[in-house]
Design a protein around this ligand. Structure first.
Ligand code: SF4
Length: 163
């Protein structure tokens, strides 16, 4: 969990939460070491995360990434449900395509998709890495389920990308 003041993964200031663990092993993944089972991860309960976020005052929102957040569906569901009670914006990065998430026919997945502002989907493809803002590779799609971040993403050009 990290307080981002530079707008790396959405409008700042915002909290970034990385869910530990992903089994895809995409070549070039920046989280590949963190995703190994034995790599030490800092375990936080959802309650603790929500308390930290609520106590942090003037933040714009939260970005959830990983790892693969949807592999910890109960925790993800609880976190999104709690945050949706606030005014905070919610962005999720997932290695699953939106179509794959829909095909799961899982009620918690459906509810999460109905409550977040943005999903950036798809795994990282090294061959398709062209430094696009807010996407690791061009196969990934930014789905905007609400208008909250429409202007933000529209205004971001390649030269604005910080990585
Ligand atoms: S799906 Fe994402 S987190 Fe998982 S290995 Fe691939 S790039 Fe890394």
């Amino acid at each position: 969990m990290y307080l981002d003041g530079e707008g790396l993964l959405g409008p700042s200031p915002r909290y970034i939460v990385w869910f530990h663990g992903c089994s895809r092993n995409c070549p070039g993944c920046i989280a590949i070491d963190w995703n190994r089972k034995n790599f030490p991860a800092f375990e936080l309960s959802v309650r603790t995360m929500v308390e930290i976020i609520q106590q942090s005052g003037n933040i714009e929102g939260i970005t959830i990434s990983g790892g693969e957040p949807f592999l910890q569906i109960d925790a993800l569901y609880e976190l999104v449900s709690e945050l949706r009670k606030t005014e905070l914006g919610i962005i999720i990065y997932s290695g699953y395509r939106l179509s794959e998430l829909k095909e799961m026919s899982n009620e918690k997945v459906k509810k999460i998709l109905s409550e977040i502002d943005v999903l950036i989907d798809g795994n990282y493809e090294e061959k398709l890495d062209d430094d696009l803002p807010y996407r690791g590779s061009s196969n990934q799609v930014i789905y905007q389920f609400t208008d909250r971040y429409r202007d933000f993403f529209k205004s971001k050009k390649k030269e604005d990308f910080f990585y």
